[in-house]
Design a protein around this ligand. Structure first.
Ligand SMILES: [Fe+2]
Ligand SMILES: [Fe+2]
Length: 150
């Protein structure tokens, strides 16, 4: 990443990384031994890189906030007796995010609700930011599942 992009990434994500509510994702494991917090950080970085590499010109603040909140479901899905985690969790993440962050934009909402597309066939990414996070999440999830079990 170019130094100026690195600086921009840090400036935008600082507030997100330091947010006590967002930090709660440290308490839940995502893939292998990776916490949900580490996972969303990785997805944010990957999404930002994709955007810069292909010059997609996303709204960076919304792209990164959506990436940080895309898995804000706040439960341990390994011990979750409810609806199936895969298709259900974007809904849970959106519900929590709406409760804790009153100023969510339409783009950010779409990023969260559509990130499991095409598993959730009706929740479609409708902006470039949502498409990028959807792709970044898949790349990062495959890496974490296969190579980061520790
Ligand atoms: Fe997810
Ligand atoms: Fe994810």
């Amino acid at each position: 990443m170019k130094p100026k992009d690195e600086v921009l990434f840090h400036t935008i994500t600082k507030k997100l990384r330091d947010d006590e509510k967002i930090k709660r994702m440290n308490e839940y494991m995502q893939h292998g031994r990776v916490s949900t917090f580490e996972h969303v950080e990785r997805v944010a970085r990957t999404a930002f890189r994709i955007d810069k590499f292909f010059h997609f010109k996303s709204k960076e603040k919304e792209l990164l906030r959506g990436a940080y909140l895309h898995d804000y479901f706040l439960y341990d899905w390994h011990h979750h007796d409810g609806p199936l985690h895969g298709p259900y969790h974007p809904k849970a993440a959106l519900k929590n995010a709406l409760k804790d962050f009153k100023d969510l934009t339409e783009r950010e909402k779409n990023i969260i609700e559509s990130h499991m597309w095409p598993l959730n066939i009706t929740r479609i990414p409708r902006c470039r930011e949502a498409v990028i996070v959807c792709v970044a999440d898949k790349i990062v999830s495959i890496k974490e599942t296969l190579f980061m079990r520790r």
